[in-house]
Design a protein around this ligand. Structure first.
Ligand code: AMP
Length: 187
């Protein structure tokens, strides 16, 4: 990971990290006091930057390195759909509990307060298909850990995991080790 003079770093190099940093807004005390919410809507809303970011994720992994893209509800859907369209693969939504209409695998994990559950259809993946998993923010890693487990439970092989932004102080990367994490911006 390289770093700019301003300390901006990421796994796709400092220029891409700067790009993401220029399109993220810090929202203090959302959704609860003490949390700084990383709002990536400005990045999604800028067509040129959004395209560069999507291309950066595909380039990092290699466009032939995955057979399908899984996006984590809800902002991961935006990324997954764009990557899928650009590379001609399908997209699988990993959803919050109770949204999927057919038989699903479920994984629960602890949040700071309470618990969350993610689900994926049992037939979402062809056996052995290589799955690229994407989300907007990696925080504690609980969401990603649950999702990567679901992908494998449903018969997929994790080909990679990308996020736009990683909050390094929350230790998500260590939690997911030895699985590699690709973060365009690490703060
Ligand atoms: P975690 O399971 O702690 O890694 O949290 C990651 C999930 O929660 C991702 O789906 C993010 O969209 C969301 N998330 C967690 N913390 C933040 C934050 N500070 N800003 C924006 N989204 C966050």
């Amino acid at each position: 990971m390289t770093e700019t003079q301003t300390g901006v770093r990421g796994d796709s190099g400092p220029a891409t990290a700067e790009l993401v940093a220029s399109r993220v807004l810090d929202v203090p005390d959302f959704p609860q006091p003490g949390v700084v919410f990383k709002d990536l809507m400005p990045l999604f809303g800028d067509g040129e930057v959004f395209r560069q970011v999507i291309d950066g994720i595909i380039a990092y992994h290699g466009r032939d390195s995955f057979d399908v893209v899984a996006g984590i509800e809800a902002r991961g859907f935006v990324l997954a759909a764009a990557i899928a369209y650009a590379t001609g693969v399908g997209v699988v939504p990993v959803r919050k509990a109770g949204k999927l209409p057919r038989a699903a695998y479920a994984a629960s994990y602890a949040l700071e307060y309470g618990e969350a559950t993610l689900e994926v259809h049992q037939d979402a993946f062809t056996a052995g298909h290589r799955v690229l998993v994407v989300d907007d923010v990696l925080a504690t890693g609980g969401t990603a850990e649950a999702t990567l487990g679901l992908v494998e439970q449903a018969g997929g092989t994790v080909a990679g995991f990308s996020v736009l932004l990683e909050l390094a102080f929350l230790g998500g990367r260590d939690r997911l080790a030895p699985r590699p994490v690709h973060a365009l911006l690490t703060v």
